[in-house]
Every structure is written in C-alpha cells, then in structure tokens.
Design a protein around this ligand. Structure first.
Ligand SMILES: *Cc1c(COP(=O)(O)O)cnc(C)c1O
Length: 398
C-alpha cells in the first residue's frame, strides 16, 4: 500500500516547508557589516578592493571587479568585450534569462545553443552549429554548479576568434577536471551574490578576468563611464573627472563587500557540505525508479548550487506539474530551473525564437524538478526530501 499523499489529505513529510536554497549568515558576517556602518565609508571604500582581491585569489585570476548584481556583471562583461548591434552571442537556453539579457542590453542578438542531455550543460556541437560570421562571443553557464566542457569550448572559440565567457553564477568554489578554479575558465567570468547563490552580499555580483584592459573598462562602466571614482579624486585632492562613455551606476557598496569577505572565507566548507548532501541524494535516488539524476563529468568539482532530478514521464500517471504540487504539499520547497530562455515571449517576439530551436532543453524542461540543497541543511532535512520524492513517485507510478 502506498502512503496517502499530503495533497490528498495525508500527513505531509514536513509541517514546515524546506526552501530550495537559503543564505547562511553568522555572527562574523554581522560583525563585519556593523563595523562598516560605524566606519566613514559606506560605499566605494576599502572593503571593495579587499573583497575584489579575495575573490580574484579564490578564482586564481589577476582581477576581480565587484558590481551591483550578477545581471550587471553580464552587462559589464558584454561592454568590455565590445559586443554591440549586429553581433551575435551564443548562450545555452537552459539558464536564467539574465545570461542572454546582457547581450540584448548592448543591442546584440543572443543565439540559443542546446544542451547535453546527461548534464544539461551547453553542448559544444550545438555551439558549433550556431556559429556565424556575426558571432562575437560564447557565454557558457556552469549549470547547477558543474563546470562545462571547457576544453571543447576553448578549441571552438580559439579556432573561430570569438571570446569565451563563463556565466559562473552557480559555480563559485567549483573546479574543472584539470584543477582550474571556476572564475578562471573563461576570458571573463561572471558571478551573482544573491542570497540563494554560493555566497551572498544581499544583492551583488562580480567579474573575474586576467585582462587588465577588460577590468579597467568594467570599472569605468560600473561608475557612469567616469574614469576616476570619488575616492581616488579625494586622495589626489582634485575635482576633475571625465565621463568618457555611457556607463551605469553598478557599484557594490562597502557594506555589501564586507559581507562578501566573511562569506567567501566560508565557501570551501559550504561547497563540501553541498557535495555531501548531493552524495546522499545520489545514493538514495539510485534505488528510486521513475526518475534520474544528472551526470557529473569525470574529475570536476561540482559546486551544487542546485540539485536536479528528471522524471521518467512514461513511468508515471501524471505530469511534472502534478509531481511538483504534490512535493510542495509534502513541505518540500521544490522549484524548476529553468524555462528555456528561447521560449520566453520577449525572445520569441524580438528575436523570432520558438519551440523546436533547442529540442534537448525543451524535452528536459518538461521533466525537471529542483530539490533543496544549501549548506545549513541537515542530514534529516535531506532524508525528508528523499522520503517525499520516494513517496510521491511511488503513488504516481503507472
Ligand atoms: C542568478 C543568476 C544570474 C543573475 O544574477 P542576479 O544577481 O540575480 O542579477 C545570471 N545568471 C545565472 C546563471 C544566475 O543563476
């Protein structure tokens, strides 16, 4: 006999919903922010450079540029590499819309590549198929926290003379199979510090790069297109500044950077904890039918921003929406990452994309469910997730 599902009036696995992701804020984070509040600098002070140096060290790059969020990081990166009207930028469709929006802000056309069915990472063969004379850049996305196949992507980018970027918003703390840290895998690499991401500054973002020219361009871009910031002017006692291009106010405050510094120090432990939870899921779910988990590429350090399952719909009596609702009723804060970006009305209407453009991602989307994973989750929390998934899939088995 199957257990009665909560959605049918049974007892839920959890009385209080477990979120799919959440930040961890400790006493040292609070002390660091408080200290900035009591100092003279609330924004564009010493904590910005300190955070940038710590992030560059973590990623193994020469430069990091802090900006106000991950979307601003993508916009600034597109600016730095000179993406503009008439250009095409290849992005995977299985991502958050912001990956593509950066190119659209610059008047360029995002072109959507399909993904590998086992990993849902950008498929290098699809990238090759979508290259044209207009392709200026490729933005890989380390979906769920797993580094993409950079050996293959770099070979394509180099042979065609296009820039390879990494939207690494999911993957801070991860590593490629060759040991290189996420943040150093693309020519420019973008991060988000939204509360559900690997570390948080409330809202925040950054770009890492080895290019001094790109870093300088992005520092100007984040500050209205002005060449020197307020602090540099005060230090030199001068009043003169020049706006040399149309930039944005994309600065990250000292308050936020102070939080970023204390958060970053805890990243390695948090990634290890995310990996433990993922292992627990993988072991348990090997024995559950009607679903599969994603494949991890050999030798990579997966940062597990997200943990996905894919339903085997032909083994179930219901669709993904019904499984999703039943899991929510059991107190599991499931989510779906992502609706393929080329299916959003803006992209359909402005760029003529539509169903059929990326068949692997479209089929995967119908089967995807994101399960909770975050560092402060306990083993008992993870076991509740496992119990709820097993219970719901057993009840809906064909
Ligand atoms: C979160 C995220 C972004 C956007 O970051 P924000 O800080 O929310 O602007 C971009 N790309 C990916 C892959 C993300 O997960």
């Amino acid at each position: 006999m199957n257990e009665k599902l909560a959605i049918d009036g049974g007892t839920p696995v959890r009385s209080e919903t477990l979120p799919y992701g959440r930040q961890a804020i400790d006493a040292d984070d609070i002390a660091a922010v408080t200290e900035v509040l009591q100092s003279g600098w609330l924004t564009t002070g010493p904590k910005v450079a300190e955070f940038e140096e710590a992030l560059a060290a973590c990623c193994g790059t020469s430069h990091a540029v802090a900006v106000s969020n991950g979307t601003a990081a993508l916009h600034a990166a597109m600016y730095a590499v000179g993406v503009g009207p008439g250009d095409e930028v290849i992005v995977p469709t299985m991502t958050f819309a912001a990956t593509a929006n950066g190119a659209a802000y610059r008047g360029a056309a995002p072109v959507f590549a399909d993904v590998d069915p086992a990993t849902l990472l950008i498929d290098p063969a699809s990238v090759e198929a979508k290259l044209t004379q207009r392709t200026k850049a490729i933005i890989a996305v380390d979906y769920a926290g797993q580094p993409c196949d950079y050996a293959a992507l770099r070979a394509i980018a180099e042979s065609r003379g296009v820039v390879l970027l990494d939207d690494a918003c999911h993957a801070l703390g991860g590593r490629d199979a060759d040991g290189r840290a996420v943040g150093s895998l693309g020519e420019l690499n973008t991060f988000s510090f939204h509360p559900v991401k690997p570390i948080t500054t409330g809202e925040g973002g950054a770009i890492t790069t080895d290019s001094a020219a790109h870093a300088a361009a992005m520092r100007t871009f984040r500050n209205h297109g002005i060449t020197t910031d307020f602090r540099q002017r005060e230090q030199t006692g001068g009043w003169f500044y020049e706006m040399v291009d149309l930039g944005q106010n994309y600065r990250l405050s000292d308050l936020q950077c102070a939080l970023g510094i204390t958060q970053l120090a805890k990243l390695p432990g948090w990634v290890a904890r995310r990996q433990q939870i993922a292992r627990r899921y993988d072991e348990a779910f090997a024995g559950v039918d009607a679903m599969t988990t994603l494949t991890t590429r050999p030798g990579v350090e997966h940062a597990y921003h997200l943990f996905m399952i894919q339903l085997k719909l032909d083994a179930l009596r219901v669709d993904r929406a019904a499984v999703f609702k039943a899991l929510r009723a059991e107190g599991i804060g499931v989510n779906v990452h992502y609706i393929p970006v080329h299916l959003h009305p803006f992209y359909r209407e402005r760029f003529g994309t539509g169903a059929g453009d990326c068949l692997v991602a479209e089929a995967a989307y119908e089967r995807l469910i994101t399960l909770p994973v975050y560092p402060t989750m306990t083993d008992d929390d993870a076991d509740d997730v496992i119990r709820a998934v097993s219970k719901v899939l057993a009840a809906y088995r064909r």
